[in-house]
Design a protein around this ligand. Structure first.
Ligand SMILES: [Zn+2]
Length: 388
């Protein structure tokens, strides 16, 4: 069965045309805020229901409940704060004046009024506690912790109403949870497994996807790469989607795959992020969720299998499909795991993205054991990574 959204109801806060026009006409008189790109993405994802049951940015009670208990005040598991703490210098005077009870215009980087924010509360928050409870570290070298320390000191809670969908580089791949649910239904898929990723596919990814599709209790695979704000060394969203499209076109049965993008900023929070991204995919209609080794990890901050255990600690009514480390073994001549292969680690071909990127940078051929030629070609032609 396609599971109900987290909390039972799909949040949809997209203004109808008449309401949208009325709101746009109010623009000159509304206070204006210019969210950091992460919160632009979050505002859109809240409005389309990807973060159901959230209707807006968290108020103090919700934020503190998530940090203290990893649950919303109503008891539903939730592990990542969705906070709005404006940091733009031009916003500080506006934030100082807000008391709660105001409607504010959210303006994107192209100066487009894209959402109305109904502010209910302004509150101070403890950044170190936020970092420690969420990212399990306060190290400013952690990318999300660095962002958090650069955020404003006052957070604003309240509901959001979307006026316009965002204009995104891979916009044609973006879908709303209502759209994917309707697609699954039309296809007759009752059991869809979600695949979380943030890089072009190599054969270890493909191995997990094939093992999953071969299960008798899985009808289809929802490949849903996170392609939000880029950091140094990331592939461009267009490249990640083109690489996946090539894999789907050349190798996969199209009637069992849906490829879509999830434009949000990646949270590297190990187990907490794995659970959060599973909740999001449940909202998109997936009843199963693939969790490999060290999902949503960065550096050495997380136990690589804590992302498996959190699904026992905080059940969210999605079946986690937990896989061990996978690699290509030269002696087996096949994809393998520590459970299926006894050869020494020296027989393994690394699928580390750093190795692939190094070879790309030096214009060396990419290892065919770990990359499909169609994917390798896309990376060689357009796979330059972001360098600033
Ligand atoms: Zn082997």
């Amino acid at each position: 069965m396609i599971p109900p959204p987290h909390g039972g109801r799909l949040v949809q806060r997209i203004a109808r045309p008449a309401e949208r026009d009325r709101r746009k006409a109010e623009f000159p008189s509304l206070p204006k805020l210019h969210p950091f790109i992460d919160q632009v993405f979050d505002a859109e994802k809240i409005s389309i229901g990807a973060y159901s049951p959230l209707e807006g940015f968290m108020d103090r009670a919700t934020f503190e409940s998530v940090l203290a208990t990893r649950r919303l005040p109503n008891g539903l598991p939730w592990t990542i704060p969705i906070l709005f703490a404006p940091s733009a210098p031009e916003d500080q005077a506006v934030v100082r004046e807000l008391r709660g009870g105001e409607d504010v215009a959210l303006v994107d980087r192209d100066n487009r009024f894209f959402a109305v924010f109904h502010v209910t509360e302004k509150f101070a928050y403890d950044k170190a506690n936020y970092a420690q409870k969420t990212f399990l570290t306060t190290d400013p070298a952690h990318p999300n912790v660095a962002d958090l320390f650069a955020a404003g000191d006052s957070a604003l809670g309240g509901s959001v109403e979307l006026l316009d969908r965002l204009d995104l580089p891979v916009g044609r791949f973006e879908m709303t949870p209502a759209e994917t649910r309707s697609h699954f239904e039309k296809q007759g898929w009752k059991s869809v497994a979600a695949y979380q990723c943030r890089n072009p596919p190599h054969t270890a990814h493909e191995y997990l996807q094939r093992c999953t599709l071969d299960r008798e209790d899985v009808d289809a695979l929802f490949i849903h790469p996170v392609v939000g704000r880029l950091k140094k060394g990331d592939y461009k969203p267009e490249v990640i989607l083109a690489a996946y499209q090539a894999l789907v076109d050349h190798y996969y049965p199209k009637n069992r795959i849906l490829l879509s993008s999830l434009t949000v900023t990646m949270r590297y929070a190990g187990p907490n992020a794995a659970l959060f991204y599973a909740i999001v995919r449940k909202n998109y209609g997936c009843g199963m969720y693939i969790v490999g080794r060290d999902q949503a990890g960065v550096g050495k901050y997380y136990d690589p299998y804590a992302c498996h255990r959190i699904f026992d600690e905080l059940p969210i009514d999605i079946v986690p499909l937990r896989y061990p480390e996978t690699f290509f073994c030269r002696e087996c001549g096949w994809m393998a795991t520590p459970k299926t292969c006894n050869h020494p680690a020296t027989s393994r071909v690394s699928t580390a993205q750093t190795l692939i990127r190094e070879k790309l940078a030096k214009k060396e051929p990419l290892p065919t054991e770990i990359l499909r030629p169609e994917v390798a070609q896309i990376l060689q032609e357009g796979g330059e990574v972001i360098n600033d």
